[in-house]
Every structure is written in structure tokens, then in C-alpha cells.
Design a protein around this ligand. Structure first.
Ligand code: GAL
Length: 659
């Protein structure tokens, strides 16, 4: 089934905010959209105050006219519930619904997402406007998708007000049932925390020193669930009043720590993601590829929608760099290569006023006499020519374990050293990208049987079920690489019994006797010449063999990299060359076919249907590169006999013919 059943093309477009412009301009918008090949816009995302200017008073005339105009122009609509930006009347009427920070500061309303996610007043108001929209537009022919809210948890991830505190206690009651169970799970014998009454429990507000980590973890879970309850509320109204039209909400995968997207992925009809390039970072296209692969993985391999990215600079990074010529096109087709069936931008027309007026757009302030506009038109043409890729799938041969709960736990204070969750994820991902391996991400409890190789990058929090899953995976013939500080605690941040790494010691055939982090600027050498920094461990082998040992540092003479059957372990933070060599070793042990011999800068991804194979090649380098293959180049119609030149900075898409 296609991503959006009522669309028969790759979706192309962006956020459209006609309410910011005189109506006289709307006809021009539609005709320019047609010129650019735009076929889908996200409408009304921040229009609550205009749709409901006073509580219970609605003004839908302008939205009716906008939808009709779009429909007449052949543009489909992803209609938003405008609930991410409550109108000024809302907080005036319900001052208790303002979000409160961990420090106890009540936040004001002159921005967006200024509401407490657990507020009953917010629930009623947001359900009210959602219901009105669903009733009015359920049968509008332009409507193909519902866009609930905007980036749940983006600005108000955590709220510590009294309402949130009560909701947190209810969540805990539902979860534990019995206060004794909570006391055990939270280890409240420590620091005299034992609770005798549910009402004694607070959210983890700022305290004189570090708060109970198990309490923090449950507050992360509660907060993600509080936003999820908001999404479910809207989705259920939309499903009830408008069956048949899928509901999505835009995720912020990879960059958003606050939301447990594995859990959310089961609740949305369509996975959509927003991605903004980390402009100043070298090789930021690799980070883009990672986020796109994570989006596909969270969509469980199904196509997904890139709901937002930018044509050029954004307005919220320290320096908002413009994109180089060709970069926006490469970014877009990279997302497509990695499974997106729609490419949308924030936003259609650059705003004249407000906080985002310096953000790029499809139609910049300068209008159509601009390179951006020409690039937008040309991308629309290309996507139009690539329609047959829709609903094809990307096959990966490696899975990286990614778990939001482990992210939360790893980055809590008072660990042996400050470790960042994304650090090892990105290190392994980048190395695999450079080796032209396609990567999926997987939850540690997911079925891993399809992957010859699984990598667990610093999987600090690992449930007993996840550890069993990994044991089963290896027993079933899978090859596993685990990096340091993995399998240390359970889901309550309690150390697994039996010494480190309690959850994985038997599988890895070793014990970590002691963590031995390094000084800030310190590095160590391994006896095979590899270099590492940040972290080492004193290992004792209990069945595993040493692949390499520490030549110096606090663990000198002890094993650094080990192997126990098909389970490998690396106890330190290898540099990129060391990481690449280790991944090559484990890929060979996993029996992965040799990675394609390609210049490193040539990104190559395959999308497949039951009968056809597509190759998307993106040249990120400054010199041309040859893509081996034979078939038809879809953008030019050219027949390819043997090898296709991909010029510097360009993209080629090939439908391969079987020989
Ligand atoms: C997104 C948000 C959009 C817009 C954009 C700017 O996070 O969903 O509404 O603010 O950032 O880059």
C-alpha cells in the first residue's frame, strides 16, 4: 500500500501558511506550486488563533477558500491540527496550563508549545479544535493526510507544574500498582528516599544534588507518554470522524532525545520526520543519511515522509550557512534513496515577519528570480520522473541497536565519565557509511534474525529481555559487536547482578573488573597499533579470546578487543581508522559479502520492489566517479551499458536490468 493512499506520485511540497499573506497572493501561490511540481502542502499548522479567535468561536471561511483553491490547482493537502500553538486567549483563561521548568519557572505564552502536556484545559481545547476541523473537512477532496500538532515535545518536552506532578504520580500508580514495588524499583533505600505515600513523590525538580536516576528515567518515560496521550487524543478523533485518511505527526528523529519514537511508531499511520542539516559540520551528509535510515527503521522498513527540511540556511543555528549549489538536491535525493516517498520543506513561502523570517524557503523573499527557486523547480521535475520508486524498499545488512531509554540513562549525571549516546552511534554509522554498507537501526528487543551483523554501540541500559534477545540472535548464527559500557543496568538504572557487564558477560565471555576512563586529552595504544581515547576497561577473560590488548594506559597488558564465538567486544573508544578495521573484521566474521568497491564519496543505496532494483548514487565529492551497472538512468532516460559517470556533486538514479 502506498505511503499516502490518495496520492499517486512522490509527494513534494512544504508547510504552507496562507494565513500570513493577503488572499490576493494565494492564486499566485498555487500557480507557482504547479510550476514547481508541488503536489502536497501541510496547511494550517500554526493557525489556531485565526481558526478559533475566541473560545468556541470559529472562522473557517479562509481555510475553506484556501483548500478549495489548492484542490482546484491539483495540490493535495496534509491538513494540520493547529494544536502546537494555543491562541493567546488560552493561557489567559487557563494560567494554570502554562508549562513550568525544572527550576520552577512558569513560562510565558508569546511563542509556540506553551502548554503543559498534562493540562486538562489544554486537552479539552485541543480536542475541540481537532473535532471541528475533522467534521468540517473530512470529505474535502484535497485532504489526503492529517498532520497532528507539530513536533510533539519539541519546546515543552518536560513540565514540572502541579498538574504534571499529579499526572506523574498517576502514571507511576498505573505502572507499579503498589508503592512497595516502586520503592524497590527506584532503590529508595538509598539516601533515605523510601516513600510511605504516593503524594510524597515529586517530579525530578531541581534539588540540592543529583536526583534518583530511576526517578529521572520514569519521568522521561512519563513525559514521552504524556505527549503521546496528546497525539492519541487527536488521532482518535480524526480516525473516528474521518476514517480512511491517515494521520501523521512530524518526528525529530535522531536529534530528539525526549520522545521514545519506537513506542510512537506503533501509533502513527505514516512515519514522517523533520531533518535539518548540521550546517557547519564536515561531511554532514553522513549525519543526514543516519537520520534517514533511522526514519526508515522507525517506520519498520516501510516508506516514510520527509516532512521538513530546508532549501538553504535555517535561522536557529549559531551560523546559518547557505547550502552550496546542488546541496539541497543531494540532500533531498539522499532522503529519497533511504526510503522517503515524499520530500517536503519548511516552508513554501518565506515569512515576512515573526521569528523565522530569516529561514530559507522554497519561494524565498526574492521570489522566482533566484537560484533557490530554480533549484526547487528542477527538484520537482526530478521527483516527477522518479515516481516508479514509490513503495520500493531498502535492504540493509547491518543493524545498529538504538534505544531512547538507553540514551536517557547513559547521559544521566554521575557516570564513570560523561559519555554521549550519539557519539558511538555516529562513529559506527559513519564507518559503515564510508564502507558503503546500508544500515538499519533496531530496538534491542526487536527481531534481529534478518541481519548477519548487529552492532550494539554503548548499550548501557539493557533489559533482561533484550539480553536474551541478543543471546538468541548469536545462538541463531548472528554476529554481534558490542562496544564498551553496555549491558550495565536494567530498566531502572540498577546495576545488573553478577558484575559488569551483567546482562552480557556470559554472551561475551568476559567480566569488566573495573572501568578505567582516561583523562581529557589522554589516548592509549593497542598492541596492534590502534589508537583510542576517553574510556578503557580492565577486562578478565572468561571464555573469550583477546583480539588486541592495551599497550599502555590504565589497562596496559589487558585485553582491549575480544571475541567469544560470534560475539565481539571492544572496551575502548577507537579512533575512526581503528573502528573501520574492527568493523571490517566483524563483517567478515558475519559472512557479509564484500562491500562494493566504490570511491568513498559516492553514496550508493538500493531500493527494491519484488521485481525491480533501483540504484541511487550520490556523488558528494569534487571529482566525477563511476557507478558500475547497466540499465536505464531514470532522470535522463539514457541506456547504461556498463558503468555510469556520476559528475561531482550530482545524483544518478538507475533502474537496473537483469543481465
Ligand atoms: C521545525 C519546526 C518548523 C520550523 C522549522 C524551522 O523544527 O517544525 O515549524 O520552525 O523547525 O527550521
Amino acid at each position: 500500500m502506498p505511503l499516502i493512499p490518495r496520492m499517486d506520485r512522490i509527494a513534494y511540497g512544504g508547510d504552507y501558511n496562507p494565513e500570513q499573506w493577503p488572499e490576493a497572493l494565494w492564486t499566485e501561490d498555487v500557480s507557482l506550486m504547479r510550476e514547481a511540481g508541488v503536489n502536497l502542502v501541510s496547511l494550517g499548522i500554526f493557525a489556531w488563533a485565526l481558526l478559533e479567535p475566541a473560545p468556541g468561536e470559529y472562522e473557517f471561511g479562509w481555510l475553506d477558500r484556501s483548500l478549495d483553491l489548492l484542490h482546484d490547482g491539483g495540490i493535495s493537502v496534509d491538513l494540520a491540527t493547529p494544536t502546537a500553538a494555543p491562541p493567546p486567549w488560552f493561557l489567559r483563561r487557563h494560567p494554570e496550563a502554562a508549562p513550568v521548568t525544572r527550576e520552577g519557572l512558569r513560562l510565558g505564552g508569546s511563542a509556540r508549545q506553551s502548554f503543559c502536556p498534562s493540562s486538562p484545559a489544554y486537552a479539552a481545547a485541543s480536542a475541540g479544535i481537532t473535532e471541528q476541523l475533522a467534521r468540517r473537512y473530512a470529505d474535502h477532496p484535497a485532504l489526503v493526510l492529517w498532520h497532528s500538532h507539530n513536533e510533539y515535545g519539541g519546546a515543552n518536552a518536560y513540565c514540572y507544574c502541579e498538574t504534571s506532578a499529579a499526572a506523574f504520580r498517576n502514571w507511576l500508580r498505573d505502572h507499579y500498582g503498589d508503592l512497595g514495588k516502586l520503592n524497590d524499583a527506584w532503590g529508595t533505600a538509598f539516601w533515605s528516599q523510601r516513600y510511605g505515600d504516593w503524594d510524597e513523590i515529586e517530579p525530578p525538580i531541581i534539588a540540592p544534588t543529583t536526583v534518583n536516576p530511576a526517578q529521572e528515567l520514569d519521568f522521561f518515560r512519563f513525559s514521552s507518554d504524556a505527549h503521546l496521550a496528546g497525539f492519541r487524543r487527536e488521532r482518535d478523533i480524526l480516525h473516528r470522524l474521518c476514517p480512511g485518511v491517515p494521520v501523521t505527526t512530524n518526528f525529530m528523529l535522531a536529534n530528539c532525545k525526549n520522545i521514545d519514537y519506537w513506542k510512537w511508531s506503533r501509533e502513527v499511520d505514516v512515519v514522517s520526520n523533520d531533518h535539518y542539516l548540521q550546517a557547519e559540520r564536515p561531511d554532514n551528509h553522513i549525519e543526514l543519511a543516519m537520520c534517514a535510515d533511522l526514519s526508515r527503521s522507525v517506520a519498520h522498513g516501510r516508506p516514510w515522509l520527509l516532512m521538513e527540511h530546508s532549501t538553504g540556511g535555517v535561522n536557529w543555528q549559531p551560523r546559518n550557512l547557505a547550502k552550496a549549489p546542488g546541496e539541497m538536491r543531494r540532500n533531498s535525493l539522499q532522503h529519497l534513496a533511504r526510503g522517503a516517498d515524499g520530500i517536503l520543506f519548511f516552508q513554501w513561502r518565506a515569512s515576512r515577519y515573526g521569528a523565522e523570517k530569516f529561514h530559507s524557503a522554497m519561494l524565498p523573499h526574492g521570489g522566482t528570480a533566484s537560484r533557490t527557486w530554480r533549484d526547487v523547480v528542477s527538484l520537482g521535475e526530478s521527483l516527477g520522473a522518479l515516481g516508479e520508486l514509490r513503495d520500493s524498499r531498502v535492504a540493509a545488512d547491518v543493524a545498529l541497536l538504538w534505544d531512547w531509554e538507553s540514551w536517557w540513562a547513559l547521559e544521566l549525571p554521575w557516570r564513570p565519565a560523561a559519555l554521549a549516546f550519539r557519539d558511538r552511534q555516529e562513529a559506527f554509522y559513519e564507518s559503515l557509511w564510508r564502507a558503503h554498507r546500508t544500515v538499519d537501526f533496531a530496538h534491542p528487543e526487536a527481531d534481529l534474525g534478518a541481519y548477519p551483523l548487529v552492532v550494539a554501540p554503548s548499550s548501557y541500559l539493557l533489559s533482561p529481555a533484550a539480553a536474551d534477545n541478543l543471546r538468541r540472535y548469536v545462538a541463531g548464527g548472528g554476529t554481534l559487536l558490542v562496544s564498551y559500557f553496555s549491558g550495565i543496568v536494567d530498566t531502572h538504572d540498577a546495576v545488573h547482578a553478577g558484575g559488569h557487564p551483567g546482562a552480557l558477560g556470559d554472551l561475551l565471555g568476559l567480566a569488566v573488573e573495573e572501568f578505567a576512563p582516561l583523562r581529557a586529552a589522554e589516548s592509549v595504544r593497542l598492541d596492534d597499533g590502534r589508537v583510542a581515547d576517553t574510556w578503557t576497561e580492565r577486562l578478565e577473560l572468561r571464555g573469550a579470546t583477546a583480539v588486541a590488548s592495551y599497550a599502555d594506559g590504565p589497562a596496559a597488558g589487558l585485553p582491549a578487543i575480544t571475541r567469544h564465538g560470534r560475539a565481539f567486544y571492544v572496551s575502548t573508544r577507537l579512533d575512526p581508522a581503528g573502528t573501520a578495521a574492527l568493523l571490517a573484521t566483524v563483517a567478515e566474521a558475519a559472512g557479509l559479502p564484500a562491500a562494493p568497491e566504490l570511491p568513498e564519496q559516492l553514496e550508493m543505496v538500493r531500493r527494491r520492489t519484488g521485481t525491480t532494483e533501483y540504484v541511487i548514487a550520490i556523488n558528494h565529492g569534487e571529482t566525477g566517479a563511476v557507478l558500475p551497472g547497466h540499465g536505464v538512468e531514470l532522470l535522463t532516460g539514457e541506456r547504461v551499458a556498463d558503468g555510469l559517470e556520476v559528475p561531482a556533486g550530482e545524483v544518478r538514479v538507475l533502474r537496473e536490468n537483469p543481465r
